[in-house]
Design a protein around this ligand. Structure first.
Ligand code: ZN
Length: 369
């Protein structure tokens, strides 16, 4: 489904060019640069697509280990495609000396790069320099912004580099990953509607199980524990405990149901909880009414045997503490493209990292939103 309202044409430098109207916004297709979208072919070769200056380019790279995709437009770096482990990681508990976390990038590639460079997670060449540290991204890379492809490929690259360095990049799925993967394209940047139309596919199909990024995303969990912290996109509601479902099983349930039509979720009680408004990818009850009371929060923390829960999803102007440090919110409104922060955990000490690379204390938000 393409949400195009109307297309018209105008005289461009190379003849007629299409102008797509979306409500009052319009996008000139000749200005659209995006890619690559890489798919595994049955032969084992890799088929890559770009839309550059509004024109579709296709290249096939012979299977090789590793296969390398040279940049054309869109993401500007060489990409080394690796075999994605088809097996889902069983472990959800990790130990790290130092941890950094952020969330809700929503296609703001340039700001993400600036934040990671300022805080010495990556260097000027966009390579991992956080050594054996763990970085957790609590979801929502997709939607809103216009550099989602660039965000995903850089994270794909850092994912491998982190592990090679003895560190770890935990990429968790948020509600916007699951929305894109099950054809809910309401928040997709208009640019990607043009790209999908040029490719003759839906945006969702560009991330199907045969695509490199789609397969990679499907290998990612929704909840992980690092040290004494539980990370997820929205939050855990006490009802989770009544399901009697271990975190490993929650991750597996999401993985198996990704891409299934939303209406089918309603037929299964576990899925309707997981994809519902109090499920781990949507819940906002640590900040918004009806607020979770402290007794219920303490019960969850005790049952899960963790000290705190770290979540994104609910946007604030920075990284904040809530419930006296038992909840940390890390959606620092990167999606607005103006500012953002990271959370740092260093041998038990919590700090926040700013865009200028300063490390400052995390404040308790006196009144929840
Ligand atoms: Zn969200």
């Amino acid at each position: 489904m393409v949400l195009r309202d109307k297309v018209s044409f105008r005289y461009g430098e190379e003849g007629l060019e299409a102008v797509y109207f979306f409500d009052r916004e319009f996008i000139v297709s000749g200005n659209v640069n995006d890619g690559p979208y890489v798919h595994y072919q049955a032969s084992g070769n890799l088929e890559s697509f770009w839309v550059c200056e509004g024109k579709v380019h296709r290249k096939v790279v012979k299977s090789a280990s590793p296969a390398v995709i040279e940049p054309l437009c869109g993401y500007k770096r060489k990409i080394t495609i690796r075999d994605i482990v088809s097996e889902f990681p069983v472990s959800v508990k990790f130990i790290a000396h130092k941890v950094a976390a952020f969330s809700d990038v929503h296609g703001q590639y340039d700001l993400m790069v600036k934040l990671l460079q300022a805080n010495r997670i990556i260097d000027d060449n966009l390579d991992w320099v956080f050594a054996d540290g763990h970085v957790v991204i609590t979801g929502d890379m997709f939607d809103r912004g216009s550099k989602v492809t660039e965000v995903l490929w850089l994270l794909y690259h850092l994912d491998a580099q982190a592990q090679a360095a003895g560190g770890y990049l935990h990429i968790l799925l948020g509600n916007h990953e699951t929305m894109v993967l099950y054809h809910d394209l309401r928040y997709v940047n208009k640019k990607y509607d043009v790209v999908a139309e040029k490719m003759g596919k839906t945006y969702t199909d560009m991330f199907d199980g045969n695509s490199v990024l789609g397969r990679w995303l499907r290998s990612k969990p929704v909840i992980v524990q690092v040290n004494d912290m539980l990370f997820m996109h929205g939050g855990l509601h006490p009802q989770y405990l009544t399901l009697n479902l271990r975190i490993e099983a929650v991750n597996e349930q999401y993985r198996q149901s990704l891409g299934i039509a939303k209406v089918l979720h309603k037929e299964q009680s576990v899925l309707s909880f997981l994809y519902g408004s109090i499920g781990p990818i949507w819940y906002r009850g640590y900040f918004n009414e009806p607020l979770l009371d402290e007794v219920a929060l303490d019960y969850i923390l005790a049952e899960m045997a963790v000290k705190r829960i770290v979540v994104g999803h609910t946007s604030m102007q920075g990284v904040f503490s809530h419930y006296q440090g038992r909840v940390i919110s890390i959606d620092s409104s990167i999606k607005e493209g103006q500012s953002g922060e990271l959370m740092f955990w260093d041998e038990g000490r919590l700090m926040r990292g700013t865009l200028s690379g300063e490390r400052l204390p995390i404040f308790e938000m006196a009144e929840n939103l």
